[in-house]
Every structure is written in structure tokens, then in C-alpha cells.
Design a protein around this ligand. Structure first.
Ligand code: PBG
Length: 334
């Protein structure tokens, strides 16, 4: 059999296509564009401006007015969408995360402010109870601390409806309860939100890389135990395909793989197996690693940031949720 890749040296010198910028660009197989970026943003319910998050240098919690201004900047920079995460004053947290259902709560207020400031920027909201529960889990727990599936789903439906009613374009269930995509889709349809999209955190792993995020939204100190009874085992790959298949069958418009970089094999399998937009989430711990090594001078932060984002595209992601969105967009504007 003849090889489809003849390597007859010196007729073939692969370095010819690497010799200068123009030919490297012309022969590039993948490109990162501003339209690929989804800005991961933390919004808090106080008045104080820009509160730094210790474990995520450069990330600040924005008040609602600042979030609206940031949405305007996203629009100007060509960043298509914002994934918003709330940080609540602990006084609003309880066992059942009831503040998640408050139509005048932080999330609905922030959605409205951002949509007013930048109607053309997509707003994506996390559907899960962890920013709202005193115990830091994504759902309702029983006496033993187990997160109850169907009881949680019933609440998530209401949370998604509150977000949709406030003008959220896309709800993103990140809780990993079984059956929640279908239940939320059905509720959105019957409440007149048939155009509200669902981005399912379909293949979401029980990961140590979420540590800084839990600081950012203030759920770290509260969390008892881990999330291994609902999030996926990092050992598994086939299981991710089953998760994604289920969520597509239940009505997901887009699916997500999370975390990002350590799970690029999953991004590749999902994007190749299913004809559906696949989003990768470059999570807080990935951001923190790059920032920390950059601050120490051990890596070139900007270069590594841009490289990692391009690698998501190479793996098959149609978009990337990242805390670097604004910084990366500035690089791409250059
Ligand atoms: C939870 C949620 C998490 C993230 C987004 N939504 C963390 C978790 O599952 O504990 C992580 C985001 C990040 O680490 O950047 N509903």
C-alpha cells in the first residue's frame, strides 16, 4: 500500500511552510477569532466596585452597573456572549437556594442591566443552586447530604424560567442532574420561551480545577464534601458521549465540555461524534495556573493564553468560555 503521506526527503521539506509569517498564516489549519470567545464574568450583589478575587489575579467581581459597562465593552470588542456567574451576600443563602427563584434577585437584575446596555451581546446564565445554597451544593440535599436528583430538577426548572423571563438568551444547566435538560426545555416551551436556548454542561467532570471559582462566587467555605456523586469521573470518556447524547435527545441546543485543557480529548470526541456546536470551558483553575506562572515570570502569560485558546479550536470547539475573553479580544484586535 502506498502511504497517503509521502515523506520523500528532500522533495518534501515540511519546514518550507514554516519559514515566515505570511506562509505560516496562509497554511494555518485553525484560527482563533473574537467571535469564538464567551466572556466568563462574576457579578456581585453589593455596590462596591471591582472586588479582586485572590486566587484569580486580574479577575474582579463586578457590581451590576459595572457588568452593564462590561457588556458594552464586549459589544465593542466583538465578543458575542457573556456567561454570568453570581456572587451573593451569604445573608441571602439558605438550605434550598431559594434566592435563585427571586425574580428581583441579582441574576435577573444583572441580565436586564446588561441587555439594556448591549442588546446584541448574548447573555448565558448558569442554572444550578451552588451560588445560592448555604451548603454550596448544586442542588437540594437529603438528611445524608446526598444531592436529590428529581427534587433538584423541579427547582432548576423554576430557576431557568426566572432567568428566561428576565431576558436571558441562553440557560446553561451546570448541575449534572439526570433529565434536567428535557424538563427545562418542556417548561420553557410551555411558558412561551420557545426561543430561549439551552447550553448544556453535558460532560462536566468532578474537577479540582474549579477551586478558584468557588472562591470567586463565595461557595468554597460553604461546600461540604465534593460533587463526585453528580459530576463525572475524570477517568471516563465513553460516559461523556452518553451524557451528551442524552442531553441532545432532551433538547440541548449546544453542549459543553468542562474543564477545558485537560479534557481536550473529550472535546475532540464530542465534536466529532455529534453534529452540534460544542463549547469548551477554560475553567478558573486553568486561568489561575497561567496567571500564577506568568506572574512568576516562568511563562509568557499572553503567549500561553493565546496558545491555549487556539488549542481549543484545534480540538474542535466551536467556542470557548474563558476568563481571558477581554484580554484575548484585545490581542486579536491588534
Ligand atoms: C457550578 C459551577 C461550577 C463552575 C461553573 N458552574 C463549579 C462547580 O461545579 O463546583 C466552574 C467554573 C470555573 O471553575 O471556572 N454550578
Amino acid at each position: 500500500m502506498t502511504s497517503p503521506y509521502p515523506q520523500s526527503f528532500p522533495a518534501t521539506r515540511l519546514r518550507r511552510l514554516r519559514q515566515s509569517g505570511w506562509i505560516r498564516n496562509l497554511s494555518a489549519e485553525n484560527t482563533l477569532q473574537r467571535k469564538d470567545l464567551i466572556w466568563s464574568m462574576v457579578v456581585h450583589d453589593g455596590d462596591e466596585p471591582s472586588i479582586p478575587v485572590g486566587s484569580m489575579p486580574g479577575l474582579v467581581r463586578l457590581n451590576v452597573d459595572e457588568a452593564a459597562a462590561a457588556a458594552k465593552r464586549a459589544s465593542d470588542l466583538g465578543i458575542p456572549a457573556i456567561a454570568m456567574f453570581p456572587h451573593l451576600n451569604p445573608r441571602y443563602k439558605d438550605e434550598t437556594g431559594s434566592e435563585a427563584l427571586n425574580p428581583d434577585g441579582l441574576v435577573p437584575r444583572a441580565i436586564k442591566a446588561m441587555k439594556d446596555a448591549a442588546p446584541d451581546v448574548g447573555i448565558i446564565c448558569d442554572v444550578a443552586l451552588d451560588p445560592f445554597t448555604s451548603h454550596g451544593h448544586d442542588g437540594l440535599i437529603d438528611a445524608s447530604g446526598y444531592v436529590m436528583n428529581d427534587e433538584t430538577t423541579a427547582v432548576l426548572i423554576e430557576q431557568a424560567l426566572v432567568q428566561a423571563a428576565a431576558g436571558c438568551d441562553m440557560v446553561a444547566p451546570s448541575d449534572m442532574m439526570d433529565g434536567r435538560i428535557g424538563a427545562i426545555r418542556q417548561a420553557l416551551e410551555s411558558e412561551g420561551h420557545s426561543n430561549t436556548m439551552i447550553l448544556s454542561y453535558a460532560a462536566k467532570y468532578a474537577s479540582g480545577f474549579y477551586g478558584p471559582y468557588r472562591d470567586a462566587i463565595g461557595s468554597a467555605t460553604a461546600l461540604t464534601g465534593d460533587k463526585k456523586t453528580y459530576q463525572q469521573n475524570p477517568a471516563n470518556s465513553d460516559e461523556a458521549l452518553r451524557e451528551v447524547a442524552m442531553d441532545i435527545a432532551e433538547g440541548a441546543d449546544m453542549v459543553m465540555v468542562k474543564p477545558g485543557l485537560p479534557y481536550l480529548d473529550i472535546v475532540r470526541r464530542v465534536s466529532e461524534t455529534f453534529a452540534i456546536p460544542t463549547i469548551a470551558f477554560q475553567v478558573s483553575g486553568e486561568y489561575a495556573q497561567i496567571k500564577a506562572a506568568g506572574e512568576k515570570g516562568w511563562i509568557d502569560e499572553t503567549r500561553v493564553m493565546m496558545e491555549t485558546l487556539l488549542c481549543f479550536k484545534r480540538a474542535g470547539a466551536s467556542g470557548i468560555i474563558t476568563y481571558f475573553a477581554e484580554a484575548a479580544a484585545h490581542q486579536l484586535n491588534d
